[in-house]
Design a protein around this ligand. Structure first.
Ligand code: GLY
Ligand code: MN
Ligand code: MN
Length: 440
């Protein structure tokens, strides 16, 4: 299992070194310092929030639980890991570094956070330090130079073969757990029960998952970020929307499926139509594709689905122009994914910064870049019956194009979203999610 990662890791590290060298040259610094981060505490309490490692740290090495540790890189030298292993009998101390990546670092073990200082370059002013303010150690405060962030964030969109392997494994976790969740739904479990079945199959706790599970029965599917986990079962469970991922060494998968209780019913027919549309969008994840244009294309296709299924009378073109499609599909088609579920730099114009604006009227789109090999993006179209948006639509002239009786009959199902994580390659896209389901 780890053999493939061991073989891929040196080239990944070489890529990070090259990116960092350019980034430091741009900002005029000599060294990169990256704190893993430190615990955040609840107000007036001694309880820490779950630790979330600095993404710039986990980009270098597959370690996500190392508060107080630092990465130090000076171009031309072996990277250094300053690893905090406190003498502490209250908590489990992070394990000593082990694995395929360790030989690529000079490792210095420290016992107290302030000891890190002795392992830093002498002149703090020559260091680009990427991290949160509270990670500062004795004069080495994060300065987050914009030129360094711009370069690293822009290029992070292009995954190395090592990172793609990490994401295949994160996808395998998610696919396995989605299967268990569907079984729990069909066995009559509540949202809470389905969630527990998911965690068990993923073998990950809530805090280890890449984001909070969205598990909604019936109309809860219409709440885009529904995270309430009702303990009681509705009188009749008609539909089930689950948006849940898995983690692997700090990399994320982000997967949504929608299931109908009645497998040959009207809601399943609409799921099938969204699924067919979604596969078509996935097929367009190709080098040179403008992602914002793909989002607009998705609006036209989904408006066609709404018309074919009798929800609207207008043509697809006029439904998009009048905002009718946006009432049923009110979020972006997707986003970059990797070290973060919503990967950074979705709008960045070039490696030196700038922004590619969102198309007017599409405020929730998170990605406007042009796709290129190595990018991993989600493709997550949806059709929802959201009371607030339907009320607004009804009050507008365009509301006259809507077949309200048909729409009202579907409110009880909530909505549909289907989400895959897709790699842009030199040729055919690689669908991490569907491949993982096929293998599960
Ligand atoms: N799970 C959050 C999203 O799909 O973007
Ligand atoms: Mn999702
Ligand atoms: Mn997503």
């Amino acid at each position: 299992m780890t053999d493939a990662l061991a073989a891929l890791y040196p080239a990944h590290l070489a890529t990070l070194r090259t990116r960092t060298e350019t980034a430091l040259a741009r900002s005029g610094h000599d060294h990169l310092l990256v704190p893993a981060g430190v615990a955040h505490y609840q107000f007036l309490d001694d309880r820490p929030y779950p630790f979330a490692v600095n993404p710039h740290f986990k980009a270098w090495l597959p370690v996500t639980n190392a508060p107080g540790s630092w990465l130090v890189y000076t171009p031309g030298r072996k990277p250094k890991l300053v690893f905090l292993q406190p003498h502490d009998y209250w908590h489990v101390v992070p394990q000593a570094p082990a694995g395929y990546w360790v030989e690529h670092f000079d490792v210095a073990i420290i016992r107290r956070p302030e000891e890190a200082r002795a392992h830093f370059p002498a002149d703090a002013a020559r260091c680009a330090i990427l991290g949160e303010a509270n990670a500062a150690v004795d004069g080495y405060a994060p300065n987050n130079p914009q030129a360094v962030l711009d370069h690293l964030h822009y290029h992070r969109a292009y995954k190395t073969p090592y990172e793609l392997e990490m994401m295949r494994r994160a996808s395998a976790v998610g696919a396995r757990a989605h299967r268990a969740a569907e079984r729990a739904f069909r066995a009559g479990e509540s949202e809470y029960g389905i969630h527990m079945a998911y965690l068990h199959a993923a073998a990950q706790t809530d805090n280890e998952l890449p984001y909070a599970n969205i598990i909604g029965l019936n109309a809860h599917g219409a709440v885009l970020h529904y995270t309430d986990f009702e303990r009681t079962l509705p009188a009749q469970a008609l539909s089930f929307l689950i948006d849940a991922g898995g983690s692997f060494c700090g990399y994320a998968s982000d997967i949504t499926r929608t299931h109908a209780a009645a497998q040959a019913g009207e809601f399943q027919a609409l799921i099938d139509a969204v699924d067919a549309a979604q596969r078509g969008f996935c097929a367009r994840v190709r080098a040179g594709q403008d992602y914002a244009a793909l989002h607009l294309h998705a609006h036209h296709v989904l408006a066609g689905v709404l018309r074919e299924h009798g929800f609207i009378r207008a043509s697809a073109e006029s439904a998009v122009a009048s905002g009718v499609s946006a009432a049923f599909f009110p979020h972006g088609l997707g986003h970059g994914i990797g070290l973060q579920v919503h990967e950074v730099a979705g709008f960045q114009k070039s490696e030196t910064g700038g922004a590619i604006p969102k198309p007017e009227g599409h405020p929730y789109l998170r990605l406007t870049r042009t796709l290129a090999p190595g990018m991993v993006v989600t493709i997550e179209p949806g059709i929802y019956f959201i009371p607030m948006l339907l009320d607004e639509l009804k009050a507008k002239p365009a509301g006259r194009d809507v077949e309200w009786a048909k729409v009202d009959a579907f409110r009880k199902y909530g909505g549909i979203r289907i989400e895959d994580d897709v790699v842009c390659t030199d040729g055919e896209p690689e669908n991490l999610t569907r491949d993982a389901f096929a293998a599960a």
